[in-house]
Design a protein around this ligand. Structure first.
Ligand SMILES: Cc1cc2nc3c(=O)[nH]c(=O)nc-3n(C[C@H](O)[C@H](O)[C@H](O)COP(=O)(O)OP(=O)(O)OC[C@H]3O[C@@H](n4cnc5c(N)ncnc54)[C@H](O)[C@@H]3O)c2cc1C
Length: 516
């Protein structure tokens, strides 16, 4: 008997999950005939419900995911109008003017050997933290690529993820999963869910009457959450009291010419009642305003968005009609119930800041693929572990995103003032802040092996936002580490200089590699 994994939903979550599981457990090109393969992956997609079609910024984890499922990077870049993401650039978050800082994907030099942030905090801080420890911000300033064209696929000089066209990404994943990995695709709308005696899902029934049986059902049905929400009624935990944004206006705007520079980072520009994302692809930019409807109206948010676009001479001026997406920021109470697992938006979504959704999909699918239950008894144990880990990850995401808001000095609107209110700040984050007032985040920050945000990420945001860590009783340690600090500082200076002169711009890189 085959182990049958049935995935509901053909958005990014569904196809990434299908690809990650199939790449490990089945393959169309494997030496075993398909009838002999032990695991079968089926993906069911409704012809009537569109997928989200947003979600265009990824983490560096996506490189591993694409490599692991066997997709060529050149094909991916070409088919998805994709480019490289090396950092997030935060504009106006601290004071509401044009000031900015980077959260780069490359860790500080010396990371793991010495805590550079402690030393920087004790210095006279005449250079910004990120420039003191990392070359990547300087590279982003010049719109440079993270690698040389002659480097192998997925290799890099500086760590990177991608900016991609979400609609095209789904198409290429679909094609690759079906043609190369042996995923079976069924188009059909799930109308009914049938249960076994133990409460497991035994079959799903499509509108045309087809029954599909399975051992494990993965709910990737987006906001519809047809298995985890509608069928099992697993409660949703709203986090609106912590992260206030609940509406997004999304636009796609063309570059003014084929030579327009392609940015190396996602730009997040703070607004009075939210922020605007700006993601640069080969041919266009994805720009959107995410905001809280408790503090402003769609009309006023639209005004801010149009102003942002109009003020940018590198964008074509055109008639713009944004798409409105409403969401309740939060997540399910549990994610794996009986023989059903929720991945993607069906499990939760808080907001696009720091692009945490796709990485959580990749990590969840990877965990499941590694731990695919061998029998029903094992499934219950795995479910407990998956639920504990995923809950921890949501808490980590929520704390890290909230950190961006509470470090702000902005008081120009009720939105920013409300973010500072103590009752909106999770206790875990308040504890961390207490610690960070006298010691920089370091390797001992967490006991988790699978943390999402390293202490490096926390350092970049804290010190980028002007947070002060007061160093006490450290003079002796600092003295002992002085030679090491000097070496790592020189390393950063040298790398920055070398890469600034060697790396091509994103545009040049893509032209050469894709021969466009
Ligand atoms: C404004 C915004 C910006 C974002 N930006 C980012 C970003 O930069 N980076 C990032 O990592 N994430 C981002 N995200 C999140 C990201 O878009 C999602 O995590 C991602 O698109 C995954 O969505 P999904 O596959 O879970 O759901 P969807 O894309 O909604 O797919 C749901 C699928 O389920 C199917 N379905 C629904 N009902 C049924 C049924 N009854 N029967 C059969 N099939 C059914 C649909 O047909 C569809 O195929 C953003 C989200 C928003 C809202």
């Amino acid at each position: 008997m085959k182990n049958r994994v049935v995935i509901i939903g053909g958005g990014t979550a569904g196809w990434l999950t299908a690809g990650i599981i199939a790449a490990r457990h089945c393959s169309k090109n494997s030496s075993a005939p398909s009838s002999m393969q032990e695991t079968e992956v089926i993906l069911v997609e409704s012809p009537d419900v569109k997928n989200l079609g947003v979600g265009e910024g990824t983490w560096p984890t996506m490189r591993d995911t694409l490599r692991q499922i066997g997709l060529s990077e050149r094909v991916f870049l070409s088919c998805c109008d994709a480019s490289f993401k090396q950092a997030s650039k935060f504009v106006g978050w601290s004071h509401g003017q044009n000031e900015h800082y980077y959260h780069p994907f490359t860790a500080p030099s010396g990371y793991g050997a010495v805590n550079m942030a402690d030393h920087w905090s004790a210095s006279d801080k005449d250079i910004e933290f990120e420039r003191w420890v990392c070359a990547q911000g300087a590279i982003c300033d010049k719109n440079l690529a993270p690698k040389l064209p002659q480097m192998p696929e997925y290799a890099f000089s500086l760590n990177y993820g991608y900016h991609l066209n979400a609609g095209k990404f789904v198409k290429i994943l679909h094609q690759h999963c079906v043609e190369e990995l042996g995923v079976k695709y069924i188009q059909g709308h799930v109308e009914q869910v049938l249960s076994a005696e133990n409460g497991d899902i035994s079959e799903i029934v499509l509108t045309d009457g087809e029954h599909i049986a399975g051992d494990l059902f993965i709910d990737c049905s987006g906001f519809a959450a047809i298995l985890i929400g509608k069928h099992y009624q697993i409660p949703f935990k709203s986090k609106r009291g912590v992260l206030f944004n609940d509406t997004a206006l999304a636009l796609q705007v063309d570059h003014v010419s084929d030579d327009t520079p392609i940015a190396s980072c996602t730009v997040a520009t703070a607004q009075k009642n939210g922020w605007i994302w700006d993601i640069s692809l080969q041919n266009r930019r994805g720009i959107g305003h995410v905001f809280s409807s408790d503090f402003t109206s769609v009309e006023r948010a639209e005004e801010a968005l149009f102003k942002y676009v109009k003020n940018d001479p590198l964008l074509v001026s055109q008639q713009l009609t944004p798409r409105t997406i409403k969401f309740d920021p939060g997540h399910r109470e549990t994610f794996w119930h009986k023989n059903c697992i929720a991945i993607g938006v069906s499990a939760g979504f808080v907001e696009p800041l720091e692009a945490t959704a796709l990485v959580l999909i990749e990590k969840s699918a990877e965990w499941i693929s590694q731990q695919l239950p061998r029998d029903r008894a094992a499934m219950s144990v795995l479910a407990k572990r998956f639920n504990a880990l995923t809950l921890q990850r949501w808490q980590e995401i929520i704390d890290f995103l909230k950190l961006h808001y509470i470090l702000s000095n902005r008081t120009d609107s009720e939105y920013w003032r409300a973010h500072q209110q103590a009752d909106s700040i999770p206790e875990s984050l308040q504890d961390a802040l207490t610690l960070w007032r006298t010691q920089a985040p370091g390797l001992y920050e967490t006991n988790q092996r699978f943390e999402l945000f390293s202490s490096a990420s926390k350092q970049y945001v804290l010190y980028g936002m002007g947070f002060n860590t007061e160093q006490k009783h450290q003079a002796q340690i600092f003295q002992k580490e002085a030679a090491m600090i000097k070496r790592f500082r020189n390393e950063t200076l040298h790398t920055t200089e070398k890469l600034l002169s060697a790396l091509p711009t994103n545009r040049e890189f893509l032209r050469r590699v894709l021969k466009k």
